[in-house]
Design a binder for this molecule. Structure first.
Ligand SMILES: NC(=O)c1ccc[n+]([C@@H]2O[C@H](COP(=O)([O-])OP(=O)(O)OC[C@H]3O[C@@H](n4cnc5c(N)ncnc54)[C@H](OP(=O)(O)O)[C@@H]3O)[C@@H](O)[C@H]2O)c1
Length: 278
């Protein structure tokens, strides 16, 4: 198993695969992170709004103590904190819960329409002060990014979006590539939606490579240079999801999976979501 890395637009190296943690919490979260780290994961994705930063902090302490391993931590600026307008305070509170004084990647969780430009400007200051290794966004459509880039001094390092073979997001991927913004996929296995998992092409590839359908999908992310963060709280699946660095899909197979797109979302569309609920 050789975990792959990508270099972000500011030179920071990020693992291509990490552990998603929503809605894991407490001992189940601690156990999942322990299993993950002992099986090759070094990147963990959380958010202020997942309510689990405190238990991630406890997991980090445990791993530091017993394995002397530093992990790549992503957390996010929540919407309620965006509305309060004090991004520095929000980051400080996340860091206190995580028990760290540096976060590798700080993302804006949603393009909260009234506040996202102002929030970004504050995130830029925190990045320049060295409190975070990189800053980025989540759930930004092209029009959000266009507006942001007109005002921004720093180009987001990451856009974390819902992405899987039924929602391939190719126009947004192309746009982000042209601006140097790395795509990161959330809900990469579409929360195991049968419409995705029972797809005949994916099932056939799974038989061909003797890998599971989730592994085929995660490998497709890697072939497309998409960072991905599958969530699992189950030991064998946590291990299975990172066991994807020992095979390759052909470019033709990657293209066939790209063509499964139906613009099918399992999570919220940033243009229609209720920003008070997420
Ligand atoms: N920025 C955002 O707005 C945003 C939004 C959503 C999610 N995220 C992040 O992205 C992460 C992943 O997305 P997600 O949790 O929505 O969806 P996901 O990773 O596509 O799916 C998670 C679900 O799939 C199951 N699963 C995972 N791997 C499996 C495997 N190999 N075989 C069978 N079942 C498997 C898990 O079950 P078990 O746990 O029972 O194993 C869990 O129920 C989140 O945890 C979070 O960190 C970010």
């Amino acid at each position: 198993m050789n975990l792959e890395f990508i270099t972000l637009n500011n030179g920071l190296k990020m693992p291509m695969l990490g552990l998603g943690t929503y809605p894991l919490n407490r001992l189940k979260l601690l156990k999942s992170i322990w299993i993950a780290q002992n099986n090759g994961y070094i990147s963990i994705d959380t958010s202020r709004s997942y309510g689990n930063e405190k238990w991630i902090g406890r997991s980090l302490k445990l791993i530091n103590l017993f394995n002397n391993q530093k992990l790549f931590i992503t957390t996010k600026l929540g919407n309620s904190d965006q509305r309060k307008g004090n991004v520095r305070k929000a980051l400080k509170e996340s860091m206190d819960r995580l028990g760290v004084n540096y976060v590798d990647l700080y993302l804006m969780h949603w393009p909260n329409p009234d506040t996202y430009i102002a929030s970004w400007k504050q995130m830029e200051v925190l990045y320049k002060e060295g409190l975070v290794g990189a800053i980025g966004v989540c759930n930004f459509h092209k029009h959000h990014l266009e507006k942001l880039l007109k005002e921004a001094e720093i180009v987001p390092a990451i856009n974390q979006i819902e992405l899987h073979p039924l929602l391939t997001q190719e126009p947004l991927r192309d746009y982000c590539k042209s601006k140097g913004i790395q795509i990161e996929s959330y809900s990469p296995v579409a929360r195991m939606d049968p419409k995705l998992i029972e797809n005949p092409l994916l099932v056939n590839l799974s038989k061909k490579y003797n890998k599971t359908v989730p592994q085929i999908i995660l490998r497709w992310n890697i072939e497309n240079k998409i960072v991905t963060i599958p969530k699992s709280g189950t030991k064998n699946r946590i291990i299975e999801n990172i066991d994807i660095f020992d095979f390759k899909l052909t470019s033709d197979e990657v293209e066939q999976i790209n063509n499964l797109n139906e613009d099918y979302r399992v999570r919220y569309n940033p243009d229609t979501v209720d920003y008070y609920k997420v």
